[in-house]
Each structure stands twice: as structure tokens, then as C-alpha cells.
Write a protein that binds this ligand. Sequence first.
Ligand SMILES: [Zn+2]
Length: 330
Amino acid sequence: MEITVFFVGHGLCIIITGGDATILYDAGGINIKEKDKVVGAIVNKIVLGGKNKLNVILSHAHKDHVNLLPSILNSKRLEEFEVRIIVGGEEKEDDDKIGIEKIHKKSVFGYTKTVDPEDFLFGLGDGIQVNYCTNDREDFDKDKDNAISIIMHVKDTVGFSAILGGDANENSFKNFEFLESNLYLITHHGSNKFHANTTSLLQKIKPNIAVVSAYLSYNHPRLETMQHVIQTSTMANAPKHKITCGVKDSNQSTFLGTTINSNQDYQTFETSKAIYTTRDTGGVSFESNQDGEVYVQFENRKQKLLDLGRKLWSFSSTSNNGMKIKLVKS
Ligand SMILES: [Zn+2]
């Protein structure tokens, strides 16, 4: 299984390949400098995944999670693809849904309020096991639209697993059984508001690797969230690398051994834990092989998006299920 997190500015766009059908989880990004190139790279990945079947899961209908979908699906290269789109929540008049209406005509389309995603998704085969949680409950905190995000747990035949939750908060995960995961896609771009990315949730997920998709908005990812993740005991060690976090008005005085200047919006730190930010790495992908090793590959943002520059590092660490996570310098 390969999980690719694209660098989409402020937003989220992930492609999962390795099963009989490709999965596109969210397709949005704002503040993207080279939108056409990014869309081209996303389409390329879908085409390379093959199989002519695409499941699109939009965690919820906010612009930063959906706005690239029309451009992606209008690509001629996807003309032969059978596409199904499921969106968290229910249809309502909302500016953030710009674009989805146009795709109705082209694809099978539904909201989790009215269709069951278990019946809706198709052609996934046995290579990847997928479990979902949809959140249509009324008892969420204030940030209800985000909390409604579809949560997805994926696991391949060698046991490599990941959990993706759009902009979900801790409550959104409450009734979901499939929490423990090697890879955690830090939700809500690293927010710590509305009980997102809490220490108690991370203790249930037990991640070894974490990644956050964020860029220059809302002080995401927040320093406090990154601290919660780094302090989770299951996190693997990695060679030192940079992570940039929102520090504005933080009440911490230091983070990762560096003094915080909370008068500025963002600050860059160095960590030796396997936590990554798309702002610092560009796109990043995680791929397992038949030996149960997981490889991490970073895109160098200064290079073309289509050639994912190989910048791999060597380390290994025993994960919670005894599987080795290996990042190898090529
Ligand atoms: Zn978002």
C-alpha cells in the first residue's frame, strides 16, 4: 500500500494505492502556488494506480477539502475511470461546496447522511482493508461541520495501517473501533481547538509516524498539537529534520529545546521524531513492501512535482505491532 500526502497549501489531498481500486481521500487546497502542476501530479498518481476505478471520499464539504476535485475529474486522462464520490454529512446550501454540483453529472455521488459508505465504495478487493466511521450525530461541540468528517482506517496485507480523519476532533472518533494505526494523519491541519489531536486520542491511536498537511493558515499546525504527537511514546525516531509550527500567543516558553518567540506567527524547530509537515517536506509518501518495511519518500518542493526527489533516510524502529518501519537512504 502506498499513501501519498500531496502538498496542497492549506488543505488536504491523499491518494491510497495498492488495492484493486484507488482511493482519493479529500481533494482540496487553498493558497496553492502552482495549482495546475499539483493537479497534474494528483491525476498522474491516480492514473499510475491503474485499475480504472476511483473511490473519492471527501471527509466533509469545506473548500480546503473539495475545491480541487472538479479540475482533477475533468482531466481527459481520467475519462475511462469509473468514479464514485461520497461526502461526509448532508447536502446543504453552503459556499464551501463550490464545484461538487458540477461533478454530480459525471459520477455516482452521495452524502453519508443518505447512503451507507460500506455499500457505496466499490472494487477495493482484498489487498487493502478499509473501515469507516461516519459522523452524523448531533451531540458534537461547536465545530460541528469539521467534526462530521468521515474517518477512515486502512490496513494492507502486511499489517501497515493508517488513520485519516479530515478535520475531525476527539469526539468524532468516539464510536470507532479501528483506532490503532502505524501512520496518523494529524487531523484539522494540526489544530488543537475543539478537542482535536488530544493526548488521550493519540494514546489510543499509538502512531509510529505522523504527518500534517498545513500551510500558512490559522497558525496550523499548532505547536501544542505537535507536542502531543511527539510526546506519544509509540512515535518512531527519525533523522533530525525541520518542522514549522504556529506559535502565535503560545503560552509555552520552549519547544524541542528552542526558545519560542510567540510574537511571530510561525517558527521552525528541529525534531528527531518521525513527524512531518507538508510545509517543510512538500508532498510525502509512505509505502509498505512485502517484508513489512515502510518507506518514506519526500518530494523536494524546489523540484518539479512530478519527479518525487528521492531523499530517503536510514533508520528502523519496532512499531506497536512488532513491524519494522524502515526509512532507507537511497
Ligand atoms: Zn480543513
